[in-house]
Design a protein around this ligand. Structure first.
Ligand code: PRP
Length: 178
């Protein structure tokens, strides 16, 4: 089966405008504080890089890496931590930054994991929310766009490791095997 980016679902200018407004909302909510953004590798790298520049506060940055067992276009549901934070978050205002929530299993695992480290507050900022796919309820504090059950690539999101560098978010187009 072959695949490529097809129809553009969210063009770059809409992404930029939404990131700006998310950054403003976070600045208002965290006025007088110095939150730490925790980007979830790898998909959230592009979003995190833009978001940190949209928050007019002293913000620090760290990353975690998690992966689901299995491959293909669906989450397997089993999450493991593959790289941890480099700093303590005890007493800090933590904002997890994710590119997409699908079943909710990854973010549910991350929230539980980070909560054990006693942050002052723990929030979630996600660019894309596949609401209809949710299997585990997770509170979403800041959401960019609600999208349907489509496999999307670009702006950090991949298919088999590729297409993360696309500036727009596009629907993956698949050819039936010949
Ligand atoms: C994606 C995304 C989330 C997870 C969401 O990561 O970044 O971490 O899937 O799915 P869930 O809500 O069903 O758990 P992916 O496994 O594609 O890894 P990547 O970020 O390295 O691309």
């Amino acid at each position: 089966m072959d695949s490529r980016p097809g129809r553009i679902l969210i063009p770059r200018d809409e992404i930029a405008a939404r990131v700006t407004s998310l950054g403003e909302a976070i600045r208002r909510d965290y006025a007088g504080r110095a939150p730490i953004l925790v980007g979830v590798l790898k998909g959230a790298v592009v979003f995190t890089a833009d978001l940190i520049r949209a928050i007019a506060l002293p913000v620090s940055l760290d990353f975690m890496s998690v992966s689901s067992y299995g491959s293909g276009t669906r989450s397997s549901g089993v999450v493991r931590l593959t790289a941890d934070l480099s700093v303590s978050i005890e007493g800090r205002d933590v904002i997890i930054v994710e590119d997409v929530i699908d079943t909710g299993r990854t973010i549910s695992y991350l929230r539980r994991n980070l909560a054990t480290r006693h942050p002052r507050t723990l929030a979630l900022c996600v660019l894309l929310d596949k609401v209809a796919r949710r299997e585990v309820e997770v509170p979403v504090d800041y959401a960019g766009f609600a999208i349907g059950d489509e496999f999307v690539v670009g702006y950090g999101l991949d298919h088999d490791g590729f297409h993360r560098g696309l500036r727009d978010i596009a629907v993956l187009e698949r050819d039936p095997a010949r």
